[in-house]
Design a protein around this ligand. Structure first.
Ligand SMILES: NC(=O)c1ccc[n+]([C@@H]2O[C@H](COP(=O)([O-])OP(=O)(O)OC[C@H]3O[C@@H](n4cnc5c(N)ncnc54)[C@H](OP(=O)(O)O)[C@@H]3O)[C@@H](O)[C@H]2O)c1
Length: 331
């Protein structure tokens, strides 16, 4: 049985070539491509152009702004009803690709009262995944959460303040302003990726225990450092933009020798689809760097932190045993 492939942030740097790879090589799947802005956005236009290359493709573009939790629940309810009514095939994978950061401004609170970086990267994906678990194909599928080297202290060159899961978890959703906006903005991003990585480990534990959901696997995927990412065009200083555009990108062939994790979005887009569709490491769970199974940071593997984060993430995402199939995890 084929099924549906749900991708968030489907007009991003990694996602555009991922969609191209999906439609070209796996046309049997139905692509549900969500974007923050489905109107006349230039990146959504690029997504439309890719779909038009494959006239046989079963693909739709849908608007899903992850900075609003009610919108995420409304989207999940509609998709869930469509799958139940067989208007849309059941899910084979959810690729939680969308991300946000701001390296030049203070923390921004969404209408829900959460830090925007943390809500887009973590909370909304938690809601989406937990709402849709009972809409996977009977033979299961895979959830791809997006991690980054930024989740692990001491690895990312942009890190000034190490990512952490604080004792008071509310600090994650209500971070304080800091005069070093780049350092603090990258800290918010890194901590959101750390939270998502830790949460993925907890999710796998609960999925494995649930007889009706244990064929669904979850992976926290670090796609490598994407030197051509649009992340370096928006909400960053002009000096960082120039460095990436005019030094790092042209030097990529040389830099790759020093750090093989530096690559283009297109390389990771292909890998993400192969991982999502279980074509590589079928049935495996956990943390992956590029396509290698790896060990995530020690803090992300701390089970007591994972559990605290699991409970709090559900609360932030407005998930309870009444609106997820993973009821055992909330009783
Ligand atoms: N780039 C890297 O070096 C790197 C390294 C490690 C991990 N990653 C991870 O890999 C994934 C893909 O990165 P990328 O380089 O492809 O990033 P990207 O080009 O910036 O794409 C991110 C996507 O997220 C969307 N997005 C932002 N805010 C949103 C919102 N409120 N609601 C819905 N969608 C929203 C963006 O849409 P708009 O532009 O319309 O806002 C865009 O389509 C991310 O999870 C990232 O954290 C990237």
């Amino acid at each position: 049985m084929a099924g549906s492939v749900l991708i968030t942030g489907a007009n991003g740097t990694l996602a555009l070539p991922a969609v191209d790879h999906l439609l070209k090589h796996y046309p049997e799947y139905t692509a549900i491509l969500t974007v923050r802005d489905a109107s006349d956005d230039p990146n959504t236009r690029k997504l439309r152009e890719i779909i038009l290359r494959y006239p046989e493709a079963k693909a739709s573009i849908q608007q899903l702004d992850l900075s609003n939790i009610s919108t995420v629940h409304d989207f999940s309810s509609t998709l869930s009803a469509d799958i139940a009514a067989k208007r849309t095939p059941p899910l084979k994978t959810i690729v939680c690709n969308a991300c946000y950061w701001n390296l030049v401004g203070d923390p921004e609170l969404t209408d829900d009262g959460y830090d925007k970086t943390f809500q887009v990267n973590h909370i909304s994906h938690v809601a989406l995944v937990l709402r849709l678990l009972d809409r996977f194909t009977p033979d299961g599928g895979r959830i791809v959460m997006f991690s980054s080297e930024a989740h692990e202290p001491g690895r990312a060159v942009l890190e000034k303040i190490p990512p952490s899961i604080p004792d008071d978890l509310d600090e994650l959703v209500k971070p304080v302003a800091h005069e070093d906006k780049r350092g603090a903005g990258f800290h918010r991003y890194g901590s959101s990726k750390l939270a998502t990585t830790a949460w993925t480990h907890a999710l796998n534990r609960y999925l494995e225990k649930d007889e009706s959901l244990n064929k669904i696997t979850a992976v926290a995927y670090n796609p490598g450092g994407l030197v051509d990412s649009r992340m370096f065009q928006k909400n960053v200083s002009s000096s960082l933009y120039m460095l990436m555009r005019y030094a790092v990108q042209p030097l990529l062939p040389l830099l790759k020798y020093q750090n093989p994790q530096m690559r283009l979005g297109a390389d990771s887009g292909v890998d993400a689809i192969e991982l999502a569709l279980d074509r590589v490491h079928p049935g495996e769970r956990g943390y992956f760097e590029l396509l290698e199974k790896a060990e995530s940071s020690p803090e992300s593997r701390d089970e007591s932190k994972q559990e605290k984060l699991w409970i709090k993430s559900a609360e932030w995402a407005r998930i309870s045993k009444d609106n997820t199939a993973l009821r055992g995890a909330f009783e």
